[in-house]
Design a protein around this ligand. Structure first.
Ligand code: ATP
Ligand code: MG
Length: 151
């Protein structure tokens, strides 16, 4: 994993991490890092947990299907925002990809314990706002927002 760029301004948290496609040895390191950053910043544990789940699933998808990607993390006064964009094959039918159990994962990915077809479904379930867009042969962009409880 390349070092994160911390472009923090004032008391807002902003990071960008690069994810290497195909490298299962380092898969999960970015989401682990995100989890500890959010935990250390004192956010409520359920916000940290949801953010860790959605970033983990998105990171594994970049490793499984794309060439490379970036995970951008921001914490605003009202939410954790996680954007994941990749350079990869894209998703031809997003509605189908979102279905529970739908997976195109090959044997290699399944042997790693992935490929249940639950990742995107879980990302959507754990996010307060979720947006996905994709272009075939270009890549995919996911945007997840997890709201902070009102103070
Ligand atoms: N970043 C991506 N680029 C290209 N295709 C993707 C990407 N993310 C998901 N997909 C496609 O959408 C399908 C469903 O993804 P999802 O994460 O829900 O399940 P999975 O990765 O197959 O299995 P699981 O996440 O349960 O281990 C994938 O099998 C793949 O075909
Ligand atoms: Mg997945």
């Amino acid at each position: 994993m390349k070092p994160a760029v911390n472009v923090s301004e004032k008391n807002l948290i902003k990071y960008s991490f690069e994810v290497e496609g195909g490298n299962f040895d380092t898969a999960g390191t970015v989401s682990t890092r995100i989890k500890s950053i959010l935990k250390e910043s004192g956010l409520p544990s359920d916000v940290v947990r949801k953010s860790a789940i959605v970033s983990y699933e998105a990171e594994i998808n970049v490793v499984s299907y794309a060439k490379k990607g970036f995970i951008n993390l921001s914490v605003t006064p009202t939410a954790v925002e996680i954007e994941v964009n990749d350079e990869g094959p894209g998703i031809p039918d997003i509605e189908q990809a979102m279905e529970q159990g739908y997976s195109t994962a090959g044997q290699h990915i399944r042997e790693m314990g992935f490929g249940a077809g639950m990742g995107l479904y879980n990302i959507k379930s754990y996010s307060d706002r979720f947006d996905i867009s994709s272009e075939v042969d270009k890549g995919t962009v996911l945007k997840m927002i997890i709201l902070l409880p009102h103070s």
